[in-house]
Design a protein around this ligand. Structure first.
Ligand SMILES: [Zn+2]
Ligand SMILES: [Zn+2]
Length: 491
């Protein structure tokens, strides 16, 4: 069989070369793509320039019209009744936080809002997830994602809409993310006749625990989707300021737990036992050498041992010791190398001390690849944010060692992740996510809705035609290759 396949390939190679060089049937994909990108770049350069002042307010200089719809999108988001409504959505979710895969009431609220807008949706995906659609129902498809889950934290902020569920709190702003995406749905619905394709809204469970993004993908949430975008609230950026960067933005994050086994024995006569405490101590020290002695110093990485447990009797050594921690890196290569070296170091160090060891990596619960922004999608976010809010409301941010399961989407299709500021010192919204004092400036909600909507709408109008044309060209190319191959084989 292998020989037969080789024969067909030998026959096809000259055909493929011929077709590729002559561009038969409009075939030359390289030329087509570079032409498309050039055309896209030149049309981007021709985008009308506006002038702005801080906080997204327009100044009094003459405007150039609203061909790209930015004025109208902001106007729709900032209508007083829309602002009150989107704040109300967020407050209802904030009062009833639900943990990973338990987002039942949150989902009901979302579906009721979607039904109120006469939007179709799929439910459930990944147990409690929802995917709604707006637009033509036809390709191209672009996706926007919001995570829905809360954290097992007791809210310490005293305010009217404080969490009503003891020990649970939206301390990472996912209530705001849902409200902003529902807000975007309303704006996009009002502009549905202008959409040149379909926007998919992904309401995803279990970002904090349980890698809900991976389950959403397994349940088909990205079917046909060409690109995906998401935002996260940030207490480091002032209210409604957008921030992001090209390339690696958030680290890949994994956790490990090892058990080192020896044999119990009297601490006064150690030759009767095999000491797992000494082996674990050597393993902890050796784990620190992975980053300090094996990693490129320009490629940021972390290995931290955060727990060691073993023994309770001062006069005997225990049977076993457990130790564990986390590891982070900004590229898949470095990330998976860390995983491999952590396992090797623990098992090998244990054997030096006559112990055995096993290492567990929690790959189905908390194993996040690095979040890397696609360069072109990042530029799209930046361009739309500046176009909508002005250059003073856009910042390039530094990468962080935190993690996000949005990286599962970005591993598969072009994606961009960005922050929206919620920091307002006069309100006290200065605490980091996962703090019991975490709170947001709700004035960011309508702006987040507008940025979501603008990113999706403009993606469809600016990239949609390129994607549809390139797919048609690919289909023509494949048809042409098949025809030429058949002719060659028949002849
Ligand atoms: Zn979080
Ligand atoms: Zn979060």
């Amino acid at each position: 069989m292998a020989r037969d396949l080789g024969g067909v390939l030998i026959l096809l190679v000259p055909v493929l070369l011929f077709v590729w060089r002559t561009g038969a049937g409009g075939l030359d994909v390289d030329q087509f793509l570079s032409r498309s990108i050039l055309e896209f770049s030149s049309s981007s350069a021709a985008t009308p320039q506006r002038t702005w002042k801080a906080n997204g307010s327009r100044n009094s200089l003459p405007m150039v019209g609203d061909e790209d719809g930015m004025e109208e999108i902001l106007r729709l988001a900032r209508r007083p009744e829309a602002v009150e409504w989107v704040k109300g959505v967020r407050r209802r979710i904030h009062e009833h936080p639900e943990l990973a895969y338990e987002e039942v009431e949150t989902g009901r609220l979302i579906m009721a809002e979607l039904e109120g807008m006469s939007l179709g949706y799929r439910f459930p995906l990944a147990t409690t997830g929802i995917v709604a659609s707006i637009g033509t129902g036809e390709p191209p498809f672009v996706a926007l994602r919001a995570d829905m889950d809360a954290l097992p934290i007791q809210e310490a902020v005293e305010w009217k809409f404080k969490s009503k569920v003891p020990g649970k709190m939206h301390a990472c702003g996912h209530d705001a993310h849902v409200a902003m995406l529902v807000g975007a749905a309303k704006i996009l619905k009002a502009r549905e006749h202008l959409l040149k394709g379909t926007v998919k809204l992904l309401f995803q469970p279990a970002e904090e625990a349980g890698i809900g993004a991976k389950r959403m993908i397994e349940d088909g949430a990205l079917k046909g989707v060409e690109a995906i975008f998401a935002l996260h609230v940030s207490h480091e950026l002032p209210t409604s300021v957008i921030g992001s960067k090209a390339g690696p933005l958030l680290a890949g994050c994994g956790f490990f737990k090892a058990e080192i086994r020896g044999s119990e024995g009297p601490a006064g006569n150690m030759h009767y036992s095999v000491d797992p405490i000494l082996a674990a101590s050597a393993a902890v020290v050796s784990l620190q050498n992975i980053v300090s002695r094996e990693a490129n110093p320009l490629d940021s990485q972390v290995v931290s041992v955060s727990t060691v447990n073993g023994g309770s009797n001062l006069d005997s050594v225990p049977e076993s010791v457990t130790l564990g921690g986390t590891f982070r890196a900004f590229s898949n290569t470095s990330f998976y190398k860390l995983r491999q070296r952590i396992k090797e170091v623990i098992i090998t160090q244990a054997s030096v001390y006559r112990c055995t060891a096993s290492v567990h990596f929690f790959e189905n619960e908390g194993f996040y690849p690095p979040m890397v922004n696609n360069e072109i999608m990042y530029e799209h976010v930046k361009k739309v944010a500046i176009s909508l809010l002005g250059p003073k409301n856009y910042r390039v941010v530094s990468p962080l060692m935190g993690a996000e399961d949005f990286s599962f989407y970005s591993e598969i299709i072009p994606a961009a992740f960005y922050y929206i500021g919620v920091r307002n010192e006069s309100l006290g919204s200065i605490h980091s996510a996962h703090s019991p004092y975490f709170m947001i400036d709700e004035d960011s909600l309508p702006v987040g809705a507008a940025v979501h909507a603008a990113i999706a709408e403009r993606y469809l109008s600016e990239f949609g035609e390129i994607i549809v044309n390139s797919k048609k060209a690919s289909a023509r190319a494949i048809g042409s290759i098949k025809r030429k191959a058949n002719e060659y084989l028949d002849g």
